[in-house]
Design a protein. Structure first.
Length: 112
């Protein structure tokens, strides 16, 4: 109890997210290996439509309390069910794009 009272809001949010996805056999985003198939989960923190060279792309950022991951869905204007605060599982191959970790066109599962 004392640790929770002295913790910042950000620390409490990180702990809440880590507890939510514990025991599902997933890789933590903060420990994500690159260029191998991975399965990660997190809550959606941002959804943005970002057209590139005239082709629509939806970028969905998730966080699991250990890090952030951006899923880029090419050729899409929206993804049904992927909205802010929704828990989801992504499966794909992670890589670095500039200063962020991304997965292109991952398979996804919405978590209740």
């Amino acid at each position: 109890m004392r640790a929770r009272l002295g913790a910042s809001v950000a620390e409490l949010e990180q702990t809440r997210l880590q507890d939510r996805f514990r025991g599902l056999g997933l890789t933590h985003i903060g420990e994500l290996p690159l260029r191998v198939p991975v399965r990660v989960a997190g809550e959606v923190t941002r959804v943005v439509l970002t057209p590139r060279q005239g082709i629509p792309n939806v970028e969905v950022m998730i966080s699991d309390g250990t890090g952030k991951l951006v899923a880029i869905f090419t050729g899409r204007r929206s993804i049904a069910g992927l909205e802010h605060g929704r828990a989801t599982i992504f499966e794909g191959v992670a890589m670095r794009d500039r200063d962020r970790t991304v997965v292109y066109n991952p398979a996804y599962t919405l978590v209740a």
